[in-house]
Write a protein that binds this ligand. Structure first.
Ligand SMILES: [Ca+2]
Ligand SMILES: [Ca+2]
Length: 463
């Protein structure tokens, strides 16, 4: 009887604290003690709930004693298992005004391991040392949920932890919120309730977890030497979508610069001809510098475009110095990570991003864009260049292929492949590529794979 009663009580409480229908989940400590929260699967280590430090309402959760540890987790609050959505984690902090040399707040996430309902090793993702920690003012935090939580771990706990040294000061927390739902079952020792399903998920855009390769010739509309190493980039991409209907919420692209075997100060951008500019909330992560030719909207997208154009980097020379075109003997460059957030209510289906067009802008001449074959160019492409020199536009109506040999100026290869040594034609390194191109792509569709007879390794660049 007692057991049954406590189960029912728990379910009621569970609903009260974490309504599964609500998007923003809020912990406000107003149940007045840790007991009911523990029942609802929260964890408290060296922390307690009382009314001694006020933030909002009557109660806060505070460190039981002075914060005096350098170990993350020793004085902490841990959420139940959650299914976390994108957005921000927010909370308020206040110290009690006691003496304090330093006090730091940390956020970590605890991934779930399926073997035996275990907690994985906590992964730390945010720290901030409190400025003037003995000042008992209310401090408000809002921290973006790391993409890794959305991708790698579905069931996750969040741990808020405090470390510090010197003095007697304690810290209180209140009004903790994030987007998502609880996935803990208080009636089963707070283990995971597998009936709860994800409301968002992350999907690979290019169908591979690894890098794909982009290679450019930069003399368009003139013919190049076809070594395709004037700019070489690794690229991979993921999107965040709403699970129930596949509505696109966010795009994340990871771009690794690999070579800039060109004399030019080239730029690199990505055009999304199916995403109108009004639908973009924010573009983040682009690399500025050594350029004066770009203008931006407040959301970070390029201005004067009807559809989203992301200038990934303004000048490759901010990334790869002119005298080191192939990065010989240096570690891989840190990749550039671009986040594109779609406006709430802009209901594009996932996949709207597929027709993205990566392009090179030649030597700081904004209108000189080089795209993959058949692409249109952005609103800022100079139309007077189409069909000039070797560009095919006026002949076969396929822009960005050459009228001499049908070859493109840009190649997107859906695999992580090596690029050419300087001045070696790509068909001398990738031996089946010529037949692939001649057959309009019907033969040797796997020309870039490392199979016997497919490559001349002596022509390919090795780090
Ligand atoms: Ca409160
Ligand atoms: Ca070249």
């Amino acid at each position: 009887m007692t057991k049954l009663f406590s189960s029912i009580a728990s379910i009621g409480l569970f609903g009260l604290l974490w309504s599964p229908l609500a998007q923003a989940q809020i912990f406000n400590a107003e149940l007045g003690s840790t007991g009911p929260y523990r029942t609802a699967c929260w964890g408290f280590n060296g922390t307690t709930i009382d009314s001694s430090i006020e933030i909002s309402g009557s109660y806060t959760v505070r460190t039981t004693n002075s914060v005096n540890t350098s170990t993350i987790g020793e004085q902490s609050i841990v959420t139940p298992w959650l299914l976390i959505n994108s957005g921000n984690i927010s909370f308020k902090l206040k110290t009690d005004g006691g003496s304090a040399t330093n006090r730091t707040v940390h956020l970590s996430y605890i991934p779930h391991k399926w073997s035996g309902e275990e907690e994985g090793t906590p992964i730390h993702f945010f720290s901030e040392s409190l400025a003037d920690p003995s000042d008992p003012k209310v401090r408000t935090y809002s921290i973006e949920v790391p993409w890794e939580i959305l991708r790698d771990t579905h069931y996750t706990k969040i741990m808020i932890s405090f470390t510090g040294s010197g003095g007697e000061g304690r810290i209180a927390l209140d009004d903790f919120s994030l987007h998502g739902n609880t996935a803990a079952d208080p009636t089963r020792n707070c283990t995971i309730d597998e009936t709860r399903t994800y409301t968002e998920n992350v999907i690979s855009i290019f169908g591979t977890e690894g890098y794909s390769t982009l290679m450019f010739e930069d003399l368009w509309p003139g013919l190049g030497d076809y070594d395709f190493n004037d700019l070489v980039l690794g690229i991979k991409g993921e999107r965040l979508q709403r699970s129930k209907d596949g509505i696109l919420k966010e795009i994340r692209l990871t771009i690794q610069p690999r070579a800039a075997g060109a004399a030019f100060d080239n730029s690199f951008g990505i055009h999304f001809p199916s995403i109108p500019i009004w639908a973009v909330e924010e573009v983040r992560g682009t690399v500025k510098g050594k350029s004066v030719i770009f203008n931006y909207l407040p959301n970070g997208a390029e201005a004067n475009q009807s559809h989203l154009t992301v200038i990934v980097f303004e000048n490759v020379r901010t990334l790869i110095p002119a005298n080191n075109p192939f990065l010989v003997g240096v570690p891989d460059l840190e990749p550039i990570v671009i986040h594109i957030k779609v406006n709430e209510g802009a209901d594009f289906p996932a996949g709207t991003e597929y027709d993205m067009s990566p392009f090179l802008i030649v030597n700081q001449e904004r209108g000189r864009e080089i795209h993959l074959p058949g692409r249109e160019g952005t609103d800022l492409a100079d139309p007077s260049l189409f069909g000039t020199a070797s560009d095919n536009a006026l002949y076969k109506e396929v822009r960005y292929t050459s009228k001499e040999n049908g070859l493109p100026w840009v190649m997107f290869i859906p695999a992580d492949v090596p690029f050419m040594r300087e001045k070696n034609n790509i068909t001398e390194g990738y031996l089946k590529m010529k037949e692939w191109a001649k057959s309009n792509g019907s033969k040797y569709q796997d020309w870039f794979i490392d199979k016997p007879g497919y490559r001349d390794e002596s022509k390919l660049f090795k780090k």
